[in-house]
Design a protein around this ligand. Structure first.
Ligand SMILES: Nc1ncnc2c1ncn2[C@@H]1O[C@H](COP(=O)(O)OP(=O)(O)OP(=O)(O)O)[C@@H](O)[C@H]1O
Length: 264
């Protein structure tokens, strides 16, 4: 569904991502993990042409028969939102504070869907209800909502557009554990309902263990290991992956040999 081939990202002075390749299959939950600064967000941004202008992406990012890197801004806008949606850690930045939640829905709906105004409002309210929020939120302003509620609004908008791929860049980092749980369960439900693929960026291997199908581990701008979730978590090939697992408390016991103290 999405094939990244030899992607590199560089600034004027330095390289950030170095020749990475991976594939996201239809309907799968693909987790990109690794330490802070390893290039996960830059990789996610490159897919939707969202890199800052001082950064240059080279290589290929194939979605259907299009190399996304070569598309014009207007061609990319046709795909981003409707076919490829983002949910960010910085949900505040995704909303304009002085515009109502309804207005945010409208903006996406008008750009990507052909519906009457009444139908747009009906669908938006129904999307809010489906993520566990009240219809009344439609007329509220972003500053009147909590972080967890705003992140659920982001998901409701994504849900409405039914993208093929949802890129969720640390969507729960700024949330408390109950809100995080709700958001992840919603993403999981959305995936079941719409069959979309999810590119999930996280530091938290517990979330990977619970939700992901496959994992890519990134370090210093390079993918050092990719594979099936259980394979990577139970039999890491790279010492760095092992270190990530060791430093995730609830995952230490995944490897019974480690748990028994037979291997480190
Ligand atoms: N606009 C920019 N210009 C130059 N370098 C940048 C720019 N934005 C980010 N970087 C650098 O790119 C590197 C990778 O950043 P990125 O945000 O992709 O890391 P990450 O793996 O997502 O980290 P985190 O988990 O902390 O979000 C970092 O060293 C960062 O300083």
């Amino acid at each position: 569904m999405l094939t990244v081939n030899h992607l590199s990202i560089a600034g004027r002075q330095n390289g950030i991502v170095h020749d990475i390749s991976f594939e996201i299959h239809e309907g799968e939950w693909f987790a990109l993990v690794g330490q802070s600064g390893s290039g996960k967000s830059m990789t996610a941004s490159a897919i939707g042409q969202l890199l800052s202008p001082n950064l240059q992406a080279t290589g290929e990012i194939w979605y259907e028969d299009k190399n996304l890197i070569t598309l014009s801004s207007s061609e990319m806008r046709q795909i981003r939102g409707k076919r490829l949606s983002y949910i960010f850690q910085d949900y505040q930045g995704s909303f304009t504070p002085f515009l109502t939640i309804g207005y945010h829905f409208e903006e996406y709906q008008r750009r990507h869907l052909t519906l009457s105004k009444t139908e747009r409002i009906r669908q938006a309210k129904s999307a809010l209800v489906s993520v566990g929020l009240s219809e009344e939120i439609y007329t509220r302003y972003p500053f009147q909502l909590s972080g967890g509620q705003l992140q659920r609004v982001s998901i409701a908008i994504a849900l409405l557009l039914k993208p093929d791929i949802l890129i969720a860049d640390e969507p729960t980092t700024a949330l408390d554990s109950v809100s995080s749980f709700r958001v992840l369960e919603l993403l999981s439900r959305m995936q079941e309902e719409t069959g979309c693929a999810i590119l999930f960026i996280t530091h938290d291997l517990r979330h990977v263990k619970k939700y992901a199908d496959r994992i890519a581990v990134m370090k210093d701008g390079v993918i050092i290991e990719t594979g099936d979730k259980n394979e990577v978590l139970n039999h890491p090939k790279h010492a760095y992956t092992d270190l990530l697992i060791q430093s995730s408390p609830s995952l230490r016991s995944l490897n019974p040999l480690t748990f028994a103290g037979v291997i480190r």
